[in-house]
Ligand binder design. Structure first.
Ligand code: PA5
Length: 448
């Protein structure tokens, strides 16, 4: 059963007619997404499930097998689009406590922060374990992963010697350029190619995500099959037949109507990093030129006891999109307790999934009453096939949503601003003028 999109609880806020008015703009944006040739080199992901490089795919599978044999732990180094998708998949589809569970390949992430404590603690837990490293950076120049790799490379060389470290370090980067490619060529690391026409946040189904996933033991063939099904299903320009585009239209309608924050609500902590990945996808794609819904996420029922109050009765800023798995693979039947001291015998015989489902229904209705339009995206099972479909659903919806909003969903000019300041403050060559300006500003702002 394919992913479904349900707008029933958004309709009272706008009315279905408004959606139909988008039929023409959606058809035009669809034509742009399927344009050939792709002059700006940003649309490689659109037909990727059909066109992906089978040889590179086999290379990933062979390397993953080798890594699983040679190591207990894989450290995945990357930031933003170069790690969130893999982490989302591994957490959604694997053991909740993978790194503590018997017989599981341990997967750690690094290079997504500049915390000394994080790296020191990571090196501490790696002690006594056989380790491999997969460093991922499309540009090959991003500071955070480059720094983490410098530290982990030194760790690997000290621990294994240069020759053995070479066999345990795997590089995923651009085929043509970047410091990481140069370093990799010089050291002789095994490399995997990130296609030039697939940007970071659209790259989870390339070696960027697939190698760590395969090392974690996920079935990446099934994932690509799910993405292919989605590619065909959502490759239709007719809004009435394309739920992925309907979601994009609803987001735009509700944003234009004054809502400023979209909450992606999940009811299983296994989906927390799917929400993190989704936030980056939509945030970096749409938040520009003073426009865009702010993408936030909530894990229910946990957050119902934290910010549920604000959602229910705070300012009417929110729309809520519930991402629900309808047939979770495991369940737990609640037992009968003769003493019934906790008063929970009314739940005996019901299951935790049923409780979760009723919590979801109850929260949805309450939030709608509190002025929060609600949309629902449902997937039947949480497995590799469905995950591949979901990733593609959101990528296509995001691209469509950005085009309808009138922004370029494939660039991220704003991310450069902090980098320039950081480089200037850290004394990088070529940033001397910015450094002097920033120092004067810091003095005035009492930040020195
Ligand atoms: O989506 C994006 O383009 C970004 O989030 C990048 O993935 C992130 O900045 C990491 O870039 P790189 O892979 O070049 O190190």
């Amino acid at each position: 059963m394919p992913i479904t999109f349900d707008d029933t609880n958004a309709r009272p806020f706008i009315g279905r007619g408004a959606v139909d008015a988008f039929t023409e703009p959606v058809a035009a944006a669809h034509a742009r997404l399927h344009a050939v040739p792709d002059d700006e080199q940003v649309l490689g992901w659109v037909d990727w499930p059909k066109n992906y490089d089978r040889q590179e795919f086999a290379h990933i599978q062979t390397a993953a097998e080798r890594i699983r044999k040679q190591s207990h732990a894989l450290v995945v180094i990357g930031i933003g689009g170069s790690y969130l998708g893999a982490k989302a998949a591994i957490e959604a589809l694997g053991h909740t406590f993978r790194n503590q569970a018997d017989g599981e390949m341990e997967i750690y992430f690094a290079g997504h922060n500049t915390s000394a404590r994080y790296l020191i603690d990571l090196l501490d837990v790696l002690r006594g374990k056989e380790v491999s490293v997969n460093v991922i950076s499309k540009s090959g120049t991003t500071t955070e992963p480059a720094l983490a790799f410098r530290i982990l490379r030194e760790y690997m060389e000290n621990r294994y010697g240069e020759e053995e470290a070479r066999k345990r370090i795997y590089v995923t980067t651009d085929a043509e350029e970047g410091a990481l490619l140069q370093l990799s060529d010089e050291k002789g690391y095994e490399t995997f190619v990130i296609p030039a026409d697939i940007g970071g946040r659209y790259s989870v189904l390339t070696p960027v995500g697939l190698l760590p996933m395969a090392v974690a033991g996920l079935d990446i063939e099934a994932m690509m099959a799910g993405a292919l099904a989605a590619c065909e299903r959502y490759g239709i320009g007719n809004l009435a037949e394309n739920p992925c585009y309907q979601y994009a239209v609803w987001r735009n309608l509700l944003h234009a109507d004054g809502k400023s924050i979209e909450l992606l609500a999940v009811y299983d902590p296994a989906l927390e990093y799917v929400a993190e990945w989704w936030k980056q996808l939509f945030g970096e794609s749409e938040g520009k030129e003073g426009k865009g819904l702010f993408p936030a996420s909530v894990t229910f029922t946990t957050d119902l006891h934290a910010i549920g109050q604000y959602i229910q009765q705070g300012p009417e800023l929110f729309i809520e999109t519930v991402l629900q798995v309808t047939k979770p693979s495991v369940d737990w039947t609640i037992g009968e307790d003769p003493a019934n001291l906790d008063g929970l015998n009314f739940l005996s015989g019901q299951t935790l999934n049923e409780v979760n489902e009723q919590a979801s229904r109850g929260a949805t209705l309450a939030h709608v009453d509190g002025g929060v339009p609600n949309m629902r995206i449902e997937m039947e099972e949480l497995d590799e096939f469905n995950f591949g479909e979901l990733i593609y659903f959101f990528e296509k919806a995001c691209a469509m949503s950005g085009l309808l909003l009138g922004v370029n969903p494939f660039d991220q000019p704003g991310v450069e601003a902090y980098k320039r300041n950081m480089f200037a403050l850290l004394g990088k060559e070529g940033f001397e003028r910015e450094r002097a300006n920033l120092q004067a500003r810091m003095q005035a702002a009492n930040l020195e």
